[in-house]
Design a protein around this ligand. Structure first.
Ligand code: NAD
Ligand code: MG
Length: 390
């Protein structure tokens, strides 16, 4: 029986994870659940899953959480604050950590799980982008096993040799090809993109996700973050990572080998497949997903990404090549710009402007400790906030 700590349990990945967990009560127990501010949603999950611990990241809501659990007759211990989330990630009562917090807020708990040698099921791509080699190094030093939940990286994980040790050449790997749906605005002109509203950006044609990643998918920054994530997780040179637009989101990514073979993982666009794969690995379990019927799907289309209409992807490749602080700045500027766009404070095309402005002034600082990363992130957020005004 695996004892799970689900960080970000009230989100989209959290819900998909708990759906798979509920299908396999003999294999998995949701033993700790965390949320940001939504006490009612967290307590509802506690009523369904009966965890040992419930954590609300907003430290001011400790009493509210305690009272709500008591009122429902639930036995979960109530904890609050960001440090409590980190403590749960490291707590030896839980062997598996699902890192499903959105954004840089997930960095320290992801690292805490790696340091504690956990089985780390990783959805929080921003923490991978920010932490460079630090996360992977920490995991390997402490015997943590990272299994990616992001559908592309999980697809690649499934297409790699089982004992893959981040040495592409030793395994005859020539390229990683990440597929991208192209988002809701594939084929749009720049003039039309300038008119995009938050609700339109969040209405993704294939995937139902949280609002931040939905906007990232619409700008293609999501794919940019994923290119960096792939470089970190699989230890491959940036020049050997490519993006292929595939609007049907059935082929979730590919690995190319020296003999010309390309191995792909296919499935319905449903996050429960990569989540079930990561939860049960190396076993295979039912994920509750609709079976893929290729005869009904009928066609699979592929095209090159349009880096002129969607420069965020080009910015991400540039930040990856630049290294050092650049990926941290890219991520921080993007988080600030996306939050402002969702609030109606800036337009859709201002997102790429704020990111470009951050990258222009980036110096190639070393970013190999948590303190250095947090410092670069904070400075980049200050600059991006000032750049919002244009
Ligand atoms: P979401 O917004 O639906 O959920 C985010 C979760 O994080 C919520 O439980 C929220 O309470 C918690 N949270 C937010 N801010 C927090 C803070 N400051 N401190 C502590 N907790 C906080 O997001 P999501 O779509 O589930 O995405 C989560 C992560 O998974 C993101 O990094 C995203 O890029 C990645 N991801 C998501 C999908 C998807 O299909 N949704 C697919 C691949 C990767
Ligand atoms: Mg993805």
């Amino acid at each position: 029986m695996k004892q799970l700590a689900v960080l970000g349990a009230t989100g989209s990945i959290g819900a998909s994870t708990l759906d798979v967990v509920a299908r396999h009560p003999q294999r998995f127990r949701a033993a700790a659940l965390t949320a940001h501010r939504d006490v009612a949603a967290l307590v509802d999950l506690c009523a369904r899953f009966d965890p040992d611990v419930a954590v609300i990241a907003d430290a001011d809501r400790h009493d509210e959480l305690g009272a709500a659990l008591k009122a429902r007759g639930l036995r979960a211990e109530a904890l609050a604050g960001a440090a409590a989330v980190d403590a749960i990630a490291a707590d030896t009562r839980f062997d598996t950590v699902v890192a499903a917090i959105v954004g840089a807020a997930g960095l320290s708990s992801t690292l805490a799980a790696a340091r504690a040698g956990k089985r780390l099921l990783l959805a929080n791509k921003e923490s991978v982008v920010m932490s460079g080699e630090l996360l992977v190094r920490t995991a390997s030093a402490h015997g943590a096993r990272i299994i990616p939940l992001d559908s592309e990286h999980n697809a690649i994980f499934q297409c790699l040799p089982r004992d893959y040790a981040r040495e592409p050449d030793a395994n005859g790997i020539t390229r990683l090809i990440l597929t991208a749906s192209g988002g809701p605005f594939r084929g749009w002109s720049r003039d039309r993109l300038a008119t995009v509203t938050p609700d339109a950006a969040c209405a993704h044609p294939r995937w139902k996700m949280g609002r931040k990643i939905s906007v990232d998918s619409a700008t293609l920054m999501n794919k940019g973050l994923e290119v960096i994530e792939a470089q970190r997780l699989f230890g491959i040179d940036p020049s050997r990572i490519e993006v292929l637009v595939h609007p049907q989101s059935i082929v979730h990514s590919l690995v190319e080998y020296a003999d010309g073979s390309q191995l792909a993982q296919l499935g319905s666009p449903d996050m429960r497949t990569p989540i079930a794969n990561a939860l049960a690995w190396p076993d295979r379990i039912d994920a509750g997903v609709q079976r893929l019927d290729l005869a009904t799907a009928a066609r699979l289309d592929f095209e090159a990404p349009d880096l002129v209409a969607f420069p965020c992807l080009a910015h991400a490749f540039a930040a990856l090549r630049a290294g050092g602080a650049a990926p941290i700045v890219l991520n921080a500027a993007n988080e600030i710009a996306v939050a402002a766009f969702l609030d109606g404070r800036i337009g859709f095309l201002d997102i790429e402007r704020v990111i470009a402005s951050g990258l222009e002034r980036t110096v190639n600082e070393a970013a190999d400790t948590l303190d250095a990363i947090v410092g670069i992130d904070a400075e980049a957020r200050r600059h991006a906030t000032a750049a919002l005004k244009g």
